[in-house]
Write a protein that binds this ligand. Structure first.
Ligand code: TYD
Length: 219
């Protein structure tokens, strides 16, 4: 009997032609702005670009997003939280990311597995290995070609994030967010072949130039 899910989860499937770029970082680091600026730049060069954000991006993913970010969801167990992020990811990979990569597009993602490693693995204390194993299953081991971690002192980031309404995770303690930032620094060492840390302090245009320099080196 064929093992369920193996075909759609194969890491090789669809990676040969497309490119997968992920943006990561702590709250308010400017990922969304930078993902949009990079996408615009790549499109202006004639590349086909698909932008995705996590959690969300599919019908079921948007429902999962609501559960995860709504402060009224209350005290979600760390393992439940990790499973929900992984469930959202598996759906978006099957429905959006893999088809786009298979077509040869560049997929620009606002968060991916490294968010779960940093927030659930370290921040929530689920452990890096457990969260990595869970996500290997959810993604079939699909790794980005390039991960840009936008690094910003917590104070600046939380001040930027604080301009909107705070979601369930933003409402976490300073200690939690400090641990997440340290976790990203550790991920840079663990996955140095695909990870670039970019200084996110400064004007968006200046940060965009730093991002482009990394993209040009890697792709
Ligand atoms: P979002 O509104 O998309 O904010 P941001 O612009 O900071 O990405 O909220 C996503 C929140 O979910 C954010 O606080 C990080 C958190 N998160 C995790 O904890 N684990 C994950 O795997 C992902 C994808 C996000």
């Amino acid at each position: 009997m064929k093992e369920a899910g193996t075909e759609e989860q194969s890491p090789e499937l669809g990676k040969s032609t497309g490119k997968f770029i992920t943006f990561e970082g702590t709250e308010g680091c400017g990922k969304t702005t930078q993902a949009e600026m990079l996408s615009r730049h790549l499109r202006s060069e004639g590349r086909e670009v698909v932008m995705v954000r996590e959690p969300g991006g599919t019908v079921v993913g948007e429902k999962i997003r609501e559960i995860l970010l709504d402060p009224r969801s209350g005290d979600i167990a760390p393992i439940t939280e990790a499973l929900l992020f992984a469930a959202d990811r598996a759906q978006q990979l099957r429905d959006v990311v893999r088809p786009a990569l298979r077509k040869g597009s560049i997929v620009v993602a606002d968060r991916y597995v490294d968010s779960s490693l940093a927030y659930q693995g370290v921040g929530r204390g689920c452990g890096l290995e457990a969260v990595k194993n869970l996500n290997d299953w959810a993604t079939g081991g699909l790794e980005p070609d390039l991960t840009i971690i936008l690094d910003l002192p917590l104070k600046e980031g939380l001040a930027r994030a604080g301009r909107g309404e705070w979601d369930r995770i933003e409402l976490e303690s300073l200690e939690f967010h400090r641990n997440v930032r340290h976790a990203y620094q550790a991920l840079k060492n663990l996955y140095h072949q695909r990870v670039a840390v970019v200084d996110a302090l400064g004007d968006p245009g200046v940060v965009h130039e730093r991002v482009l320099a990394e993209v040009e080196k890697a792709i």
